[in-house]
Design a protein around this ligand. Structure first.
Ligand SMILES: Cc1ncc(COP(=O)(O)O)c(C=O)c1O
Length: 327
């Protein structure tokens, strides 16, 4: 099959760029130094590629992701880096599962529902989840008294990721990790899990980095000048055109837009609506032509699609189900 045969909008990954990204990361953070986050691609075929490069431990955001990874034989060490208030499904997964907890309530849920291992999730500056650093030790005590094994701490410094100035980004990462290190001293355990694509080469405090976006990349991360290439795009067809603008057939239902407009190669996107992307072309183009639309945020973009088409040049060489979608 050729790219031109795909029904658009179609999610496409460039095999060469993906391979470059996976290898670059694995060379810098080999084996257990990287705990790839599967939320960014939601695809066990892609996770298997990461595993083949030596990463056996993964980060997940949903119970569905944990279940899918276990079913795919990738369940050696799965961290659900998120709080849940019902862990019964999670406890039934046949895999090594570690659950994040950040309150008395979530510790009690883990113990009640038969979870064996937890990490204490610490708020390191992003109002996401996580307890106050000075409460981490007490939560760890409560977990241990309830019979849970406390493997250590996690804390995601997501607020540092979009900072374009590298030095400023490093400062915010350092401040965040000082909080995590403080919490770790009170909690104990071997794991200090943190980091992402924006801090992959500067988070020296974490024992493992939870990066996910690096594999496929998006235009938000492209601004940081990282050595990872934009491997993912949405193939789209120009369906209308006049003297001043053109319209392609991919819109809000095919693109994660919370990080802003997507980009295209020879033109500028004006705006996206449900099924349309209106843009100003910078070169002549005709109705029926295909364009590559690069999303600003990879995670929600992938979650809109059922499959990822893997291409080498103009050839579609594989089709990977986005099999970790849903809840
Ligand atoms: C808990 C957690 N860890 C790590 C990441 C890192 O992801 P990324 O590679 O997109 O920076 C995320 C992203 O949202 C996250 O939620």
């Amino acid at each position: 099959m050729k790219l031109e045969d795909l029904v658009t909008p179609a999610l496409v990954v460039d095999a060469g760029a993906l391979d470059h990204n996976l290898r670059t990361m694995s060379e810098a953070l080999p084996g257990a130094r990287l705990r790839p986050h599967v939320k960014a691609h939601k695809c066990t075929a892609l996770a298997a590629r990461q595993a083949s490069l030596g990463h056996r431990a993964f980060t997940c955001a949903t119970i569905r992701e944990v279940e899918g990874m276990a079913r795919a034989g990738l369940g050696e060490d799965l961290l659900l880096a998120n709080e849940v208030v019902d862990a019964r499904r999670l406890a039934r997964v046949e895999a090594r599962v570690t659950l994040a907890v950040d309150s008395e309530a979530t510790v009690d849920v883990a113990a009640r529902d038969g979870i064996r291992e937890v990490v204490i999730d610490v708020n390191v500056g992003l109002p996401r989840c996580g307890c106050r650093p000075d409460r981490a030790g007490r939560l760890a005590d409560r977990a241990r008294s309830a019979g849970l094994l406390v493997r250590g701490v996690m804390g995601y410094e997501g607020h540092a990721m979009p900072i374009e100035d590298r030095e400023k980004r490093r400062e915010v990462v350092a401040q965040s990790m000082a909080l995590l290190v403080e919490a770790h001293a009170a909690v104990g355990g071997e794991v200090v899990s943190a980091g992402g694509t924006g801090s992959w080469d500067m988070n020296e405090w974490a024992t493992e980095i939870q990066a996910g976006s690096y594999a496929l990349m998006d235009t938000a991360y492209a601004k940081l000048g990282l050595p990872f290439r934009q491997a993912l795009f949405v193939l789209s067809t120009v369906i209308s055109k006049n003297e001043s603008f053109a319209v392609a057939d991919c819109g809000l239902k095919a693109l994660g837009m919370d990080h802003g407009n997507p980009t295209i190669e020879r033109g500028r996107i004006w705006f996206c609506s449900d099924e349309h992307a209106s843009f100003a072309p910078e070169a002549p183009l005709s109705v029926g032509e295909r364009i590559r639309v690069f999303p600003a945020h990879v995670d929600p973009t992938v979650a809109y699609h059922e499959r990822i088409h893997v291409v080498e040049g103009e050839d579609v060489v594989d089709v990977w189900p986005v099999d970790l979608r849903g809840w």
